[in-house]
Design a protein around this ligand. Structure first.
Ligand code: CP
Length: 312
């Protein structure tokens, strides 16, 4: 497991959960992200190799990490699915990670099992970055989500947030809520169908830290109060019973009409993507839409993170 070095709190470190970090750590990351284009000119990852071990599908996380490594002067090794590697012949995760640890200088892993990234970090000596483990954590998504809010509003503090959708199985939503606990949100509304409420362990963190929150079922009841609306899709692939997914499908939908009739003029809509049908395309060209900016900023934030974890 990679440890912590004084001075730069990210240097050589594993990135498993957003709650492993402090507000100060994230503020340092934001400053690094603000300045990363000029820092990239010195190619801080030159000669370094990053293994991208994606055992689950990904567009943004994998490709933005790959872009980030290349813009910093490094190179990548890619695992995309289990079919093309010796896992298909029965090799276990520990042996696969041990191999990657000997070939690369850092490992980014996405896996369907909760705890897989932590396990990989225990096996590997090089830094391990969690690119999403089951329904549990997606720390770099939370970092870029919080950075997007900071870029849009100048601060993460003092805002009223709505987190809408699948708060039970969605790792991006849980990580965003946990990330907000490092700051001072005015209020967090957790908006979901009853079957998809936030998990107990997430609510316990909010309660322990005295973060004001309310669970509600209907977006319309709170939309007018929100500064940020964070929307997530229903995680079809993680719902055990397909009949449950069918009963929940389409149960919430953000449209331009709804936003124009009830939201603040300054509301910003975020979404970790991919989207299915929970945000109508009519929102895409409106002043509310911030999810494409959010995805774009993912490259800067992942460049900043890699530069801090692996750079000089
Ligand atoms: N937000 C996110 O994790 O997207 P991908 O699944 O495309 O990586």
């Amino acid at each position: 497991m990679a440890g912590r070095v004084a001075g730069n709190p990210f240097k050589g470190r594993d990135v498993i959960s957003i709650t492993d970090f402090t507000r100060g750590d994230l503020e340092l990351l934001f400053i690094e992200a603000d300045n990363i284009e000029s820092r990239a000119k010195s190619k801080p990852l030159e000669g370094k190799v990053v293994a991208l071990a994606f055992f689950e599908p990904s567009t943004r996380t994998r490709l933005s990490f790959e872009t980030a490594v290349k813009r910093l002067g490094g190179s990548t090794l890619l695992i995309s699915g289990e079919e093309a590697i010796s896992v298909a012949k029965g090799e276990n995760l520990a042996d696969t990670i041990t191999m990657l640890d000997s070939y690369a200088d850092a490992i980014v892993i996405r896996h369907r099992y909760e705890g897989a990234a932590l396990y990989a970090a225990e096996v590997a000596e090089k830094p391990v970055i969690n690119g999403g483990d089951g329904r549990q954590h997606h720390p770099t998504q939370a970092m870029l989500d919080l950075y997007t809010v900071y870029r849009l509003f100048g601060s993460v503090d003092g805002l009223t947030y709505g987190v809408l959708g699948d708060l039970r199985y969605g790792r991006a939503a849980s990580s965003f809520i946990l990330g907000l606990t490092l700051f001072k949100p005015r209020h967090i509304y957790l908006v979901s169908p009853p079957q998809l409420r936030a998990r107990r362990e997430v609510l316990e963190v909010l309660e322990e830290l005295g973060i004001p929150y309310t669970e509600v079922e209907k977006l319309q009841d709170v939309l007018g109060e929100l500064d940020v609306l964070y929307v997530t899709r229903i995680q079809k692939e993680r719902i055990p019973d397909p009949r449950e997914y069918e009963s929940l499908k389409g149960s919430y939908r953000v449209t331009l009409d709804l936003l124009e009739s009830s939201a603040k003029e300054t509301l910003k809509v975020l979404h970790p993507l991919p989207r299915v049908d929970e945000i109508d395309f009519s929102v895409d060209n409106s002043k509310y839409q911030a999810y494409f900016l959010q995805a774009r900023l993912g490259v800067k934030v992942r460049m900043a993170l890699l530069s801090l974890v692996m750079g000089g």
